[in-house]
Design a protein around this ligand. Structure first.
Ligand SMILES: *[C@@H]1O[C@H](CO)[C@@H](O)[C@H](O)[C@H]1NC(C)=O
Ligand SMILES: [Ca+2]
Ligand SMILES: [Ca+2]
Length: 315
């Protein structure tokens, strides 16, 4: 198995592993821009850490003791408090999270860039991207291993051309960012909607009907018993998603679902963090309130067994 093939395969495995059949698959882009972690505070606060710090910075905090974490968090709080009145408001927190979000996307693209810019000329051509991602498939087009590489490649090329705004088939870093994170760019939103619809619209009529909508999130058990959330989703579809009540979702209805215009994930996360740490309920946070909840904001996995071993190896 070639290296790029292996990487592609592992990437797809992780994508598929994320959606266990009984768990709901989420097509929306509510939270994806802030972290690739699942937001479930009953499990851990990794999503919040990524949102608050950016993924790279969050990793460096994982190496700190609780005392070190608290100290650095205190310094960060001074930066977030832009008007220096000693309180962090929801608006200041939202602005901070937006900056972390930009950093997260920038880092993510920066990490992948050297893999694709093979000749290191500061541009990623479609040919470079295609060779790196689909080189193995192109070498042996007849290889049949269950994945439809050809279909994926056609889709990638279409998205690449959309991101490549001057049409020279070379992507600048900005254009490549639009390719990898299309949900961040207005001119890419239509193609995000189109790709999503193509995935879900199994009968290919250009619409998503109720069965296709449910079928995408949930594979029926053999006993035919539907979990409660599936029933709720059926109601959601009929009452909210299918706004014009023709029994199916068109392009605009799909767009409102996966890229809702009025949903701001940085704002939602800021509200969440304030709610969780505003001890005296005055609607703003002091440094003490934030540092007290350091595990929510930055955490420290230093007590975790695996991390403890890493630390031990280092010293
Ligand atoms: C892509 O691969 C083909 C076939 O191996 C090769 O001829 C071509 O030069 C490669 N292009 C780039 C930009 O790497
Ligand atoms: Ca359909
Ligand atoms: Ca409709």
């Amino acid at each position: 198995m070639g290296l790029t093939k292996l990487i592609l395969y592992l990437t797809m495995c992780s994508v598929y592993a994320l959606s266990k059949p009984t768990e709901k698959k989420d097509r929306t882009f509510h939270e994806k821009e802030l972290s690739d972690k699942v937001h479930d505070d009953s499990e851990n606060f990794e999503y919040d850490h990524d949102a608050f710090l950016g993924a790279e910075e969050a990793k460096t905090f994982d190496q700190l003791t609780p005392e070190e974490s608290k100290e650095r968090l205190g310094m960060i709080v001074d930066k977030i408090d832009e008007n220096k009145d000693g309180f962090v408001t929801e608006a200041e927190l939202k602005a901070w999270i937006k900056r972390a979000q930009k950093r997260y996307i920038f880092e993510n693209v920066g990490r992948q860039w050297p893999d694709f810019d093979s000749n290191q000329d500061g541009l990623v051509s479609w040919e470079e991207y295609r060779n790196v991602t689909y080189g193995y498939y192109l070498d042996d087009v007849d290889a049949d291993d269950g994945y439809n590489y050809k279909q994926m490649m056609i889709r990638d090329e279409r998205r690449f051309k959309k991101a490549d705004q001057n049409g020279d088939l070379f992507a600048t870093k900005e254009e490549f960012t639009a390719f990898l994170h299309p949900e961040e760019y207005d001119h890419m939103k239509d193609i995000v909607v189109l790709e999503t619809m193509e995935d879900i619209d199994k009968n290919g009529d250009g619409f998503i009907d109720l069965e296709e909508y449910i079928g995408d999130m949930y594979t029926a058990d053999s006993d035919g018993h539907e979990p409660e959330w599936v029933k709720t989703e059926r109601e959601q579809f009929t009452e909210f998603r299918d706004r014009n009540k023709d029994g199916k979702m068109d392009k605009d209805e799909t767009k409102d679902w996966i890229l809702p215009a009025d949903y701001d994930h940085a704002e939602a996360e800021a509200r969440h963090l304030v709610y969780e740490s505003d001890e005296n309920k005055d609607g703003k946070l002091t440094k003490e309130e934030i540092v007290k909840k350091y595990d929510l904001f930055v955490g420290s996995q230093a007590t975790d067994f695996g991390e403890a071993l890493v630390r031990h190896d280092e010293f």
